[in-house]
Write a protein that binds this ligand. Structure first.
Ligand code: DAH
Length: 346
């Protein structure tokens, strides 16, 4: 009888060791430890044995069952571990195909220009502020001295998030009752000027970089999403001379000592007088960079400041254009193509 128990134990351990999946193990588990298993069957024969034999054989059977169930547990955890590993290997994504070879990433060339602009203006004593990309009509237009029906508004191909405003733009006046609370994607960084004036006590020496949006079809020189940097100075007795001096200092710090700048009269609703500023390269050619001017009294008032007490200047220009200029890129779309072969050159 003891031979029978030993044989059943060996047989059971062999079966457990031979199992290769958790499903198989579940079957073998009930085969060797269940009611119909050899060990359980041996138990049913105990009743026919002499009392001493019954005790020793019974004990041997219990020990054998303990050994087998421990073997089942050990096998179970080994198989579970293998299956997880197999899944991890199976689900692995081969990224070497995308990269070709391991390279270190670096900031995009627009981010590089953005960072450098911040560095240069911080060196000139400016602080940095940012505003929301989704704006209200008030901040994007109204507070910047562009009341509704102002012709300058049509110069910005605005993306409205408010359906009623889209209808109103198409000329249906009745749909436009709510225009002052209408919501849009900011067309320039100038609305941040108002937010800064409302929240910071002058004197203010601030730059405001950010992403802006216009309903433009992409071409070599336009993208519907691009970046601007805005500047705002508010203090007592600020004059056009401070503006010209700041643009000049910026030009030399950013482009180099052999570059110069000039202001050309222009019109913007939010500044009076207004100018466009150009940069001259060492070879004598000019680059048109952005707009600037003395902050309009209506804009100061919208920002909660008294025009009798405070005066200031503002400027704004495109960051993408700076990056394009610096690297001699012909087509602005290339900068956003995400073609690694193009991007990694800069
Ligand atoms: N907001 C203008 C634009 O997007 C640029 C600009 C012009 C900003 C004159 C200014 C400014 O601050 O004074 O075209």
């Amino acid at each position: 009888m003891i031979e029978e128990v030993r044989g059943a134990l060996d047989e059971a351990l062999k079966k457990v060791a031979g199992v290769v999946t958790l499903d198989e193990l579940r079957v073998v588990d009930s085969e060797v430890l269940g009611k119909r298993g050899a060990l359980a069957q041996a138990k049913t024969k105990l009743g026919a044995l002499a009392i001493d034999d019954r005790k020793t054989i019974g004990q041997a059977i219990n020990e054998a069952m303990g050994v087998v169930s421990e073997a089942v547990e050990v096998r179970r955890s080994a198989l579970a571990h293998d299956e997880v590993n197999a899944r991890i290997v199976g689900e692995r994504i081969d990224l070497t195909e995308v990269l070709g070879r391991p390279t270190r990433g670096h900031p995009h060339l627009v981010t590089q220009a953005w960072d450098r602009l911040e560095d240069v203006f911080m060196g000139l004593g400016f602080q940095i502020a940012e505003g929301p990309e989704v704006e209200t009509d008030f901040y994007n237009f109204e507070a910047l001295n562009m009341p509704r029906s102002h012709p300058a508004r049509s110069g910005f191909d605005t993306l409205f998030t408010d359906y009623r405003q889209v209808i109103a733009n198409a000329g249906d006046e009745s749909a436009d009752a709510d225009h002052e609370s209408s919501v849009l994607l900011r067309t320039h960084t100038s609305p941040v000027q108002i937010r800064v004036m409302q929240s910071v006590e002058p004197p203010i020496y601030m730059i405001m970089p950010g992403r802006v949006f216009r309903r433009d079809t992409p071409d070599a020189t336009h993208m519907p999403v691009f970046h601007q940097i805005e500047g705002l100075v508010i203090d007592r007795n600020i004059t056009m001379a401070h503006l010209a001096g700041t643009i000049s200092a910026f030009t030399k710090a950013f482009f180099g000592g052999d570059f110069t700048s000039r202001l050309r009269p222009n019109y913007f609703p939010f500044t009076e007088p207004s100018a466009e500023f150009d940069i001259q390269r060492p070879d004598g050619t000019w680059i048109e960079l952005g707009g600037c001017g003395m902050v309009h009294p209506n804009v100061l008032r919208a920002g909660g400041l008294d025009p009798e007490e405070w005066s200031g200047f503002a400027f704004g220009f495109g960051i993408d254009r700076m990056a394009r200029e610096r690297h001699g890129i012909d087509d602005i779309r290339d900068m956003y193509s995400n073609d690694i072969r193009f991007i990694e050159q800069f």
